[in-house]
Design a protein around this ligand. Structure first.
Ligand code: SF4
Length: 486
């Protein structure tokens, strides 16, 4: 446990994120008396100095007092407070995280901030490196992503993207952070869930027609959508296509290979699904067994080849680096297999071990004997994925970071030119409004042009509660999307 006394308690959660960036998953408490980390603010001649003290170490950062709207001033102050602490932690630990002082903010947003100020790509890159201490390597990654997003990042006005969540899986992966109430097994909850979801699809379809909005890209995720029966999934897709016609992209996350068969793939084709995901995570059978997935690497290859045989021309594969017990060599074998299979896109995740996962319990509480990959090992895997995929013709097109990621790294989506997923870009870059249906799904709506504001409406996470209160979920969306009716 780390105690903090700060002159800016309104930023305590961001301060906590910065401490965890260097010190790992520690608990942060705010103190009124003497604390492990103390922060004072000194103001003079239009400058603000943030001084952080920890034992004998201290660092003071003096910068001009920010100006602008209250929102801009608050954002700038938060960055100053965090940057001063970052410098102290760098001094104390000798560490330099690959993403520098970036926590709680999308890295691409900072690059776009510079581009929006009229800077060239090189100047915007230099700004990210200078102001946030992002490494040259990661700043270059941001530039490559911005190049891939050119022309597809911004949807047309009056459009939205659609997400439909199907929260069922056959078994639970050890790194899964859904609570048992949020993720069902095939069983008695499926039938009522499907009925509730159909009701929400119909209600949301009416709402979108009323609002005069049209769908651009649609994504069906989970859980594992293909974990439910072919008939149930067909009803959902048929209803969604009828209520939301005209999407230029339909993705269904087939996800786990053990849920994919000829009948389901043919149905997905019939329903106009252009893009699917077949996710190996790893091709190492020992790892798959260790993380609680009931399929083998050979099952993944068979599912992928069947999808190709049936004419799927846009397939994504998800991989996870730093799975427990894996070495860079094992990860390299998985990577080589993916490159040989040549899907149109590959998403490379860095393992994020959230507290609610079984893996967290196994690694930190019961000590069940799994070995956690070191930060260096994770970094080696991620670097290898980037260089080999790029060499083989894929390009990074979106990126996001999560808390608790191995080695403070990132998740990156790579695609062959022309195969970047519109939904992923719009959702991650927050350039598209997202209408999200199903338990736990969070709709995000964009308002305004210059002073962009994002509002959210969350559906209930528990499957049972979602089923019981689906009418209220539709009303929440009405209040979000047609606020003048509030
Ligand atoms: S497939 Fe995804 S949602 Fe399902 S158990 Fe695994 S991690 Fe959780």
């Amino acid at each position: 446990m780390i105690s903090v006394r700060t002159a800016c308690p309104e930023f305590i959660s961001d301060i906590g994120d910065m401490l965890r960036l260097f010190l790992g998953d520690v608990q942060i408490v705010e103190a009124e008396g003497p604390a492990d980390y103390e922060h004072v603010v000194l103001e003079s001649n239009g400058n603000i100095a943030d001084r952080w003290i920890c034992g004998d170490a201290s660092h003071e950062l003096s910068q001009p007092a920010p100006t602008g709207t209250p929102v801009q001033v608050r954002r700038a102050r938060k960055r100053q407070v965090k940057m001063a602490l970052y410098e102290l932690l760098r001094k104390m630990t000798g560490m330099r995280p690959p993403w520098g002082a970036l926590t709680g903010i999308r890295p691409t947003r900072l690059l776009y901030e510079g581009l929006d100020m009229g800077l060239s790509m090189e100047e915007a890159k230099a700004r990210v490196m200078r102001e946030f201490d992002v490494s040259e390597d990661r700043a270059s990654l941001l530039c490559e992503i911005a190049e891939m997003q050119r022309g597809v990042r911004e949807p047309e006005p009056g459009s939205f993207d659609l997400y439909i969540g199907i929260p069922f899986c056959r078994t639970r992966c050890s790194y899964c952070s859904f609570s048992s109430g949020e993720i069902g097994r095939n069983g008695k909850l499926v039938a009522p869930y499907v009925e509730a979801l159909l009701k929400e699809i119909a209600g949301a379809g009416r709402l979108m027609r009323e609002a005069g909005l049209r769908v651009r890209a649609a994504y069906v995720g989970g859980g594992t959508p293909t974990a439910i029966s072919c008939g149930d999934l067909e009803r959902i897709l048929a209803a969604a296509r009828e209520e939301f016609p005209g999407a230029v992209e339909w993705t269904v996350e087939a996800g786990r290979p053990d849920t994919i068969d000829r009948e389901k793939l043919l149905m997905l084709k019939r329903m106009g699904t252009g893009r699917i995901s077949v996710n190996p995570q790893t091709f190492c059978d020992d790892t798959l067994a260790r993380i609680g997935r009931i399929h083998t690497g050979a099952d993944t290859i068979a599912a992928y080849e069947l999808a190709r045989e049936l004419g799927f021309a846009d397939i994504n594969m998800d991989l996870i680096a730093a799975l427990p017990g894996e070495t860079p060599e094992i990860f390299a074998e998985t990577l080589a297999k993916v490159i040989e299979l040549a899907p149109e896109s590959v998403t490379v995740h860095s393992l994020a071990i959230k507290r609610s996962s079984k893996l967290h319990e196994q690694l930190h509480v019961s000590g069940a004997g799994h070995s956690q990959v070191s930060a260096e090992g994770a970094a080696e895997m991620i670097a290898r994925a980037r260089s080999e995929l790029t060499r083989a013709g894929w390009r990074p097109y979106y990126l996001y970071r999560q808390k608790y990621m191995a080695g403070n790294l990132e998740n990156v989506g790579y695609a062959r030119p022309g195969y970047a997923c519109l939904y992923n870009i719009g959702n991650m870059e927050e350039t598209a409004s997202v209408l999200a249906l199903g338990a736990g799904a969070i709709s995000k709506w964009l308002f305004g042009d210059r002073d962009l504001r994002i509002e959210r409406a969350a559906n209930l996470k528990s499957i049972e509660e979602y089923v019981a209160r689906v009418d209220e979920m539709i009303e929440r969306k009405r209040a979000l999307i047609l606020p003048e009716e509030r």
